[in-house]
Write a protein that binds this ligand. Sequence first.
Ligand code: SF4
Ligand code: SF4
Length: 372
Amino acid sequence: MPSLCNYYVTLRCNQRCTFCNIPHTNNGSPSREPRMDQVRANLRDLRRLGVLILDVTGGEPLLYRHIVEMLTLAKKMRFITSVTTNGMLYPKYAEQLVGKIDALLFSIDSTDREEHDRIRATKSFHLALEALAVARKLRQPLYISHVVTNESYDHVDEMIRFAKDQGAILYLNPCFSFFGNEGLDPEKAKGLVKYFGVPSVIVDRAQLALITSGGNHTADPVCRAVSSTVVISPENQLWLPCYHFKHEAIPIENNLYEIYKHSDVVAQHREKEGRHPFCEGCTVYCYMRNSLAWRYPGESVLMFGHYLRERVRQRIRNAIAPPQPTLLPSAPDRRRGASPGGSSPGASSGPAAATVAAPQAADRKRLPIVTA
Ligand code: SF4
Ligand code: SF4
């Protein structure tokens, strides 16, 4: 029975990260994004299939025109919802999204403004910090998602201190390879084990074990992509076996339950999950995360326990003494209209403006780090 749906609502993105090929290869356009009647039918069928967790993803999910309506419906239907965003558009939707997202993750690649902007090919560091400030003001459970690459590995400690200062739980995501890009070196993955159990830091030891053992092996696969996860594309197709190595696309046409449950194509892909030639060495976490519990049950239980503990700690901390970050964005180049389509992400008006303090010294590149 699948427990997770990775629902790709758009393949458009307002950034161009070096470790991602989505905006380059998929010809995303609003006309290829789901209508609400399609979303409604799919959410209904996902519930029937037993799916509990709805990860609304992309592309940049906040570019999807029905994002608020979709998440409102998902919460009414009692899904556990998660959204990872680069934050550029978050201030625009923040108030409407309160209470609709159980895990809201902001992607930040470096504490160095220029380095973050170089990796994302967009001047966006100050916008990410504004987004964090808005979410903090609205008392949202706050996460920073940090992709650990071979270059950023040496700066993980800085990122931990930065996240603590922001009042966020830090997710360390080892970079995986899927389009010829370089994944995190297994030796470095081993080095991340020391962060397991550190307060306000989440790292999946099962994921690290998978990377250090060479990833998925077709002769004895860890991956259960099809059994554990339903993948829906922006053009309303069921993708198999996974997004990153899509092999088959079945039009859903209001029939997700029947297709997933009874079609021969899905049954064949279930048989072959993790056994395709392209599955050898795979470490794509988006599908592995639900598969890993079968191979590494101890690590997965410990990770879940640590995650729960950190959430509770964050809630208590926010209730007693909300974080007052000492690191504030320098924004010498902040301007209106930084997002596509001319819509301002709230850089100069709305809730963000009230929460962002005056720029720091313009020539300071790496933000000073305070020890929490
Ligand atoms: S923000 Fe996300 S979808 Fe966009 S380029 Fe970066 S990693 Fe890819
Ligand atoms: S092993 Fe990787 S490529 Fe193969 S189905 Fe799983 S996630 Fe996809």
